[in-house]
Design a protein around this ligand. Structure first.
Ligand code: DGL
Length: 267
């Protein structure tokens, strides 16, 4: 048993998709979340910069005595896995569990991947899928503008701008005839209803936040490191003004979080 918190970080608020799942699966766990809202997006930056940010984000969580770290960011998971593996506490990214779920879900062995430019360039999901089943056909599209939509909170399935953007980005995915699509960026599950409506019910969407939360629960159980707090508490840290984060976090988590959000400086 280990009552220290689980640390979760992302470049912004997309990692809340993993937090929501963690809270459902592990209600006794305390969670410390860091959203690097002052430096989002990561996905358009160089590998070197993303890796430096990843180191700093992990240190911020380690300073808060976390027992486990989740990089709830497809971009960091894709280009800084070795950094996660070198930490003094166990840490996971989103690629491994998500690729596994996609390979089990596909029937026609055609899997699509959407993520940031850095994620798609790294081919991380593709490599993980092909390591599990080399006969799978994989197609990948970078959808960087989805991140801006989510950070702005334009996630309503009836939002005209979101619908138009999803239609445009999904055109090559549709043309490739995939039956499974990896939402390889933790921001994207917030657009899942719009994406599902565009692709139709025949396509299974794989939510990287959800799969990673399930993976985390399994690793903690395996290491006998689950918590038994009465009711898990969540604290949120952001690297810019908290108001935008708080507003969208509340829509997404369905509860007030303003008391728990604190702005901190990374330097
Ligand atoms: N959170 C990032 C990811 O999952 C997307 C946003 C960004 O570009 O920073 O890849």
């Amino acid at each position: 048993m280990d009552n220290r918190p689980i640390g979760v970080f992302d470049s912004g608020l997309g990692g809340l998709t993993a937090v929501r799942r963690l809270q459902e699966l592990l209600p006794h766990e305390d969670i410390v979340y860091f959203g690097d809202t002052g430096r989002v997006p990561y996905g358009t930056r160089s590998e070197e910069t993303i890796r430096r940010y990843a180191r700093e984000d992990c240190q911020l969580l380690l300073d808060r005595d976390v027992k486990f770290i989740i990089a709830a960011c497809g971009t960091v998971s894709s280009v800084a896995l070795d950094i996660l593996r070198s930490l003094p506490v166990p840490a996971i990214g989103v690629v491994e569990a998500t690729a596994k779920a996609a390979v089990s879900a596909t029937r026609n062995k055609r899997i699509g991947i959407i993520g940031t430019a850095a994620t798609v360039r790294s081919r991380s999901f593709e490599k993980a899928i092909l390591a599990l089943d080399e006969t799978v056909f994989v197609t990948a599209e970078a959808c960087p503008m989805f991140v801006s939509l989510v950070e702005a909170g334009w996630i309503d399935p009836a939002d005209d701008v979101a619908i138009a953007m999803v239609r445009r980005y999904m055109a090559p995915i549709k043309a490739a005839g995939v039956d499974t699509l990896i939402l390889g960026c933790t921001h994207f599950p917030l657009l899942a209803p719009t994406i599902q409506a565009e692709l139709g019910d025949g396509v299974t969407l794989i939510d990287s936040g959800r799969e990673t939360a399930i993976h985390c629960a399994a690793v903690l159980a395996e290491h006998n490191a689950l918590a038994n707090n009465k009711e898990g508490q969540c604290r949120f840290f952001v690297s810019d003004r908290p108001d935008g984060f708080t507003r969208t976090a509340e829509i997404f988590l369905g509860r007030s979080v303003s008391e728990e959000v604190e702005s901190i400086s990374l330097t």
